[in-house]
Structure formats: C-alpha cells, structure tokens
Design a protein around this ligand. Structure first.
Ligand SMILES: O=c1ccn([C@@H]2O[C@H](COP(=O)(O)OP(=O)(O)O[C@H]3O[C@H](CO)[C@@H](O)[C@H](O)[C@H]3O)[C@@H](O)[C@H]2O)c(=O)[nH]1
Ligand SMILES: [Mn+2]
Length: 750
C-alpha cells in the first residue's frame, strides 16, 4: 500500500484517501515459478547446444533440424524472459473520487484539453466521431475547464459540418445528461441501449433531435458535399468556403474553426458549454505529416495558444466515454503532489464494445491492454496506449528536472492565456503553429511532443518518456472508462496488427532500441518489458518452424523430438507456459473459450501479421518498399457483422496474408492423417508421439480454416485464389522436404 490509503487508516484528522495500491497476490508464486521455468529453459538450451556442437552429428540434415529448433526455442526463451517484466511486481490500484469534493473545490479543478483524432470520413463515420465528442463534452466536470479539440486529418468539410450540427445538439444534450444523471453519454449508445428509458416528452424530444441530426449528417455524407439547403448562416458559409477547388486532403492550408466558445456559448439551461474547436492542420505533399503523432503535436500547440490546460486527454475517434466520472479518477492521483512530481501520464485500459461472445479474433488484446500494464505499473508504469490517456502537458516538454523551452513563449506550459480564443492574435498564432512547415528545424517529434519515427507513436512516445525519467500509472476501474470499436474481420484485425508490428520493429531496430539504449536509462525490467513488444514479430520464427517442421518430418516418418527423459522437459515447458497464460486470462474474468481463441490467434498472428511485418520491414530496410498508416475501418457491413455475431471466421479478401496460414492448415491436416494411418496400420511410429500431439492440436486450432476452405459458400469464405494456390505450395513443400530427407538417407547409407 502507498499514499493516502494507508495513512488515512491510522490517523483520524488526515484527509480522506483518494487512492491506494496493493501488489497482486500471485506475485510470490510468479517469482518462484520463474526460477523453476528458467532452469527448465536452460536445460533445454543446453541440450540443443550439446547436440549441435559437442556431439558430432551424423549429417548436415539433422544438424539443420536441430539448429532450426534451437533458434525457435531461443526466440521462445527470449519472449518468455522478457514477459517476466510484467510478472515480477504487478499492482492493482483503486481510487476514491467520492472523497474528492471534500478536498478540492470546483474552481480548483485543473483545466482539461481533450484531443480527438480522426483521419477519414469514409472509414471513420463522422456520426461516430461526433458521438465520441459529445460523450466527452458531457463529463461530470466543470464545463468551463474543458476544451475539446478535434483533429481532422481527412481535411473534410463533411466532418466539420457534422460537428457544427453536434454543437447545436449539445445545447440540449449536456443539460439532459446532467438532469437525468445518465451514464451513457454517447447519445448513440444511450438511445440504443436496452435500458428502460423514461418515456417522457423530454426524452422523446431529445431522441427526435438526435435522429434529425443523424439524418442530416448522413445525407450530407451520401451527397459528399454540404449543399446550400443545410447552410444556415453567414459564419457557416464562410467556414465551408475554405474548401476551395485546389483543396485536397493531402495538400491544403490550415483550417481552424471555433464551433463553441466557452466564454459565450450557453446550453438551453443557461450554463456555459465547453470549447469545441475543429482543427485540420495544414498539409503539403512536400513535408512529412507523421500521421497521428503529427496531428497530436499540432493539437498540442494549437491548444497551448488557445487554452493551455495543464492536462491533456488523447482520444481515438471511436473511443467514447463510458463513465462521466473518469476525469475525477484522474484527479485523485494528480491531487497527490509527491506522486505527481514525476508523473507523465495516467493510462486507462483500452476496452471495446461489440466484441462477439467468445472474442474469436482476440481483438480485446487483454494481455497488452489490461494485464501487462498492471505489471509495468509496479515498475515505472505502463506504456501509452494511444487513447484513454491523461498527459501532463509539462511531460511532453523535457525531462522531469529540465524543461525544454519551446520556440515561442506561448507554447510553454507556464504561459497564461489571457486573450479570448476568437481574438485575431490568438487565431493567427494558432494557424501559424498548425502550418505544415512550422516544425522544420525544431525539436518537435524528436525531443518534445509525441515522438516521430514509428507507426506506433504511442508506444514509442511513452518509451522515450520513461527513458527520460518520467513515470506513468495505470488506472483500471471496474466500469470501463472508454469503449472503442474492434475490427470485425480477420483481414482488418490482422492488418491492424501488422501495422503495429512494423511500428514496433521501427523502435526495436532504432538507435534507441530498448535492449541497448533502454536498459541503460530505465533499468533491466522496464527495458525487457518494452523489448517484449518491440520484438514481438519474432514470434513468427517459432510459430512458422513449429507449424511446418514437425509436420513435414512426420509425413516422412522422421522423429525430431527427444525420447524420455527429455520428452518430459518439453511437456513441462509447454504446459507451464500455456497454463500460466490460461491463468492470466481467467483471473481477469476471461472464459475458457476466450482463452482458446486467444491462443489460436497467437498462432494465426505468427503466420500472418508477425511474418508479413518482418518481411515488409526487411524490404523497407533494403529500400524496396515504404509503408503507410493503413487506418482501421470503423464502418460496419451488415452481412459481415452478422457472421461476426455468430462467431464465424471472416476471410473474404484474396490477400497473400492468408497463404502461409492455409498452407500450414493443409500440411498439418495431411500430416496428422498420415500419422493416424501409421499408428493404426502398425507402422513403426516410435518417437513420433510428440509430433502427433503437436500436429493434432494445430489441426484442432485450424478447424475454422478448414470450414472456410471446404464447407462455406458465403462472402467470408476463403477466397478461391487462395484455395487454388495453397495446395500447390503445400505439395511443393512436401516434395522438397521428402527430397531432403531421402537424399540424406541415401547418403548416410554409403
Ligand atoms: O494519419 C493519421 C492516422 C491516424 N489517425 C488517427 O489515429 C487513431 C487510430 O487509428 P486506427 O486506424 O483506429 O488505428 P488502431 O490500430 O485501431 O489504433 C491503435 O494503435 C494506434 C497506433 O499505435 C494508436 O495510435 C491508437 O491510439 C490505438 O488505438 C484514429 O483516431 C485515427 O483517426 C490520425 O489522426 N492521423
Ligand atoms: Mn482504432
């Protein structure tokens, strides 16, 4: 325990506790188990080394097989060892927002600048973005302390239009939320939820307003332009006129539009509303825009000029607020001065709505988004997850002891804003700091702000902050603070993961690699934790080898795994790691089926995103290709959504990504069948038991793949191209492997 929680228990006049923390009970077991498991790994590696170098092996082939197994097991050992960072001192926190009002007054609440990023009105429907914004505007927090900044990298007039409509609706929505004290402050979620709604005239009226707005916005999106009938005043027309003929999403001047101004705009109950500011940063084809990190840095500067709140909440456009008290939880920590001094950010877990019952694609990512952060929280703190994170502005401008002075004084965290946001000076300065050339020759992205150089700007930024000496903290209340969308097709899920993996590789092999740079600046365990992610695509090495080698050798009746007693070592290592993973997931409320699906996805990711990310990263390093931030689509296709609801795997896209997977499925099936035939026809199958078990369990995992190849006729089945190519590749692999094994047999006879 630490902080106020403990102190409050002993003295009577101490202030009421705001937060507490305690170690997870299984920590002692984790440490003990780590020692045992580590010894087993050493034994296994010793055996490989002995076979490779100490015993002269009989042939080149068996040397190659052992080497392959050795490399695979080395990677597995590294992944295991680095994951221990999450197990050594996990903690759980609890905060008591109900005590807050007794300690600080409303007027002492800190200012909060909320950043919402969107990038494409067709993949990220503006109605969803607007719902996210409305849910955040309706926080239980003094409205005059909140400013919402929307970054539109899609540079779309449609998004601006949607927000103008949302501002009108907000005048009714915010007082409604307060009066009814509702929890779901995203109107869409509220109106769709199955609760007993008060069927009052008030409720019906507001629902109708929402529907009106929705119809209008969706109509404009269908038309792909804001037609005259929807333009109500001169100010709106002026704003829309900024979209000139030469305006494209990749090349246009900055557009900043103040939609709501908290010093003037009131809701229908007469209360002031939060600021709502639309920002589409300037872009040009000749200067890099650094994707989301670039967008966030622009918002950092624009908000500094306009409101300069000490706290910043960064939010993806699909991550709406699910709990209006969330900022109060954040305050519970920030009102604790000793804790605050080196605290850079408070991360809430990424959680999702609309996940199907058994989470077939493991899109919840419980390990990286909920379990592992608790582990890092006991060290220097969790990494930044991109959304649902409250930053201290100061943390993005230099290390805890030496602030970096920004180019202009208005960008300093100490700067006091004393001009209205609509004033000419403020607006022109805001345009200046949002322009596409502003960052040239500055420290933005390298030493200050969100860091550039990786497609996972969140991971990379927090990594650099932790190296600078900052700490972070994981706040994981029972009721999800935010809920976001999940991809509902395998292709989308795997593509998202591939982008992450490439971004992680960029960090892994940069001059700031966690293994070298990180271990110097943030200690062994933290750097191991970061390395675990940075190198996560290495999973493809053991997964690929273990999906093909034991199977191809089994087909040729060649044994590659040891007999007793070493056999038991394999069994222990396998059950140990699977068992621990099982416990991890079950203890956070998972089900057996969810665990099963998660381990299947680990296998599938190994052969898809991990493998392709490695290949693409290699090609890029050789200068052969470049990559892009491929947005995850948040649009829902009805048929796909139906199949997703039923838990049916969705392939559908004829992408090379699915080829290794399908080939592995075919080879495992035939290998397993030939093994079974061998057993039943009394062939000498000695030493092949482990290969049989492994192959059989992979076949079990791949059942949905077989279904998608052979049994289905819907649009989500395995595409014909892949069904045609994969058997050829499988047969070729089989013949190649047989050739190697036979020629080896022949040569050893001579
Ligand atoms: O050029 C860009 C590209 C993306 N985005 C925004 O970035 C967010 C995340 O994009 P998304 O396609 O949803 O990617 P995900 O993989 O789902 O996002 C996860 O991974 C990202 C990269 O690590 C993090 O930034 C996110 O917070 C995290 O939720 C969205 O709000 C986008 O609008 C931009 O603003 N500009
Ligand atoms: Mn997303």
């Amino acid at each position: 325990m630490e902080g106020r929680g403990l102190r409050a228990g002993f003295t009577t006049d101490a202030p009421p506790p705001l937060h507490m923390s305690e170690p997870l009970r299984r920590t002692a077991f984790n440490r003990l188990f780590a020692v045992v498991y580590f010894s087993a790994i050493l034994a296994l590696l010793y055996r490989h080394v002995r076979n490779l170098f100490l015993h002269p092996t009989t042939s080149f082939l068996s040397f190659s097989i052992t080497l392959t197994l050795f490399i695979s097991d080395l990677v597995l050992a590294f992944m295991w060892a680095s994951a221990q960072a999450f197990r050594m001192s996990p903690i759980r926190r609890k905060e008591f927002p109900q005590n807050l009002k007794r300690i600080i007054k409303d007027k002492d609440f800190v200012g909060l600048d909320v950043f919402i990023c969107t990038a494409d009105p067709y993949k990220e429907p503006p109605m969803n973005v607007v719902n996210t914004a409305l849910s955040l505007m309706a926080y239980d927090y003094p409205t005059e302390k909140i400013s919402i900044y929307v970054s539109d990298d899609g540079g779309s007039v449609l998004t601006l239009f949607a927000f103008m409509e949302a501002a009108k609706f907000a005048r009714h929505w915010l007082p409604f939320c307060r009066e009814q004290n509702i929890m779901e402050r995203s109107p869409n979620v509220y109106f769709c939820s199955n609760y007993q709604h008060p069927s009052s005239p008030h409720f019906d009226k507001i629902k109708m307003m929402y529907e009106d707005m929705k119809v209008k916005v969706e109509h404009v999106i269908d038309k792909d332009e804001v037609t005259d009938e929807y333009i109500t005043d001169h100010q709106q027309r002026q704003a829309f006129n900024k979209w000139t003929k030469s305006f494209t999403r990749m090349d246009h001047p900055t557009v900043i539009q103040i939609i709501l101004d908290k010093s003037h705009d009131k809701d229908i109950s007469g209360r002031l509303m939060p600021n709502l500011i639309y920002v589409s940063r300037g872009k040009s084809k000749t200067s890099p825009h650094h994707f989301k990190a670039g967008a966030l840095n622009v918002l950092l500067r624009v908000s500094a000029v306009m409101t300069n709140a000490p706290i910043i909440l960064t939010q993806d456009c699909d991550m709406y607020s699910n709990d209006p008290q969330t900022p109060l939880r954040m305050l519970c920590y920030l009102s604790d001065p000793p804790l605050k001094s080196s605290l850079a950010f408070i991360q809430f877990p990424q959680r999702f709505h609309g996940v199907n019952k058994d989470d077939i694609y493991d899109t919840e990512y419980k390990l990286p988004f909920q379990i592992n952060p608790m582990g890092l929280d006991g060290l220097k703190g969790p990494s930044y997850l991109g959304s649902g994170c409250f930053f201290r502005r100061r943390a993005l401008l230099g290390d805890p002891s030496t602030p970096v002075a920004p180019e202009i004084p208005e960008l300093s965290p100490e700067h006091v804003v004393n001009k209205p946001i609509r004033s000419q000076e403020t607006l022109s300065l805001a345009h200046h700091v949002a322009s596409c050339n502003y960052e040239n020759e500055t420290k933005w992205g390298s030493k200050t702000g969100f860091r550039y150089g990786s497609l996972v700007e969140d991971f990379y930024t927090s990594y650099r902050l932790h190296c600078e000496g900052w700490k972070s903290l994981f706040c994981n209340p029972e009721r999800a603070a935010f809920l976001g969308n999940v991809p509902i097709t395998l292709f989308d899920g795997v593509n998202q993961c591939k982008r992450w993996c490439i971004g992680l590789f960029e960090v892994a092999f940069s001059k700031y690699s966690p293994l070298t740079f990180g271990s110097q600046y943030m200690g062994l365990l933290m750097s191991l934790g970061y390395s675990h992610y940075a190198f996560c695509s290495f999973w493809c090495i053991p997964v690929t080898f273990y999906s093909f080698l034991p199977q191809l050798t089994l087909l040729n009746q060649v044994s590659i795994f040891p007999k007793e007693p070493w056999f038991f070592l394999y069994v222990f290592l396998f059950l140990g790691s699977y068992g621990q993973n099982f416990l991890d997931l079950i203890l956070v409320g998972g089900t057996v089926r969810r665990w099963w699906n998660a381990q299947r996805m680990w296998m599938i990711r190994g052969l898809t995103c991990n493998l392709f990310a490695s290949i693409e990263y290699l090609l890029r390093s050789l200068g052969i290709s470049t990559y892009d931030f491929c947005l995850t689509s948040k649009v829902v296709d009805d048929e796909q959504s139906k199949r997703y609801g039923q838990g049916i795997f969705e392939f559908g896209v004829p992408s090379p990504l699915f080829v290794p997977l399908t080939v592995a499925a075919i080879i495992n099936l035939f290998s397993f069948l030939s093994g079974l035939t061998g057993f039943f026809s009394g062939n000498n199958m000695e030493g092949l038991g482990l290969q049989m078990i492994l192959t059989g369990s992979i076949v079990l995992n791949y059942l949905p793949v077989y279904g998608a190849i052979a049994l289905r006729n819907d649009a989500g089945k395995m595409p014909t191209q892949i069904i045609i190519i994969s058997p050829f590749v499988s047969v070729a692999l089989y013949y190649a492997s047989s050739l190697c094994l036979w020629s080896n047999n022949d040569s050893s006879k001579h």
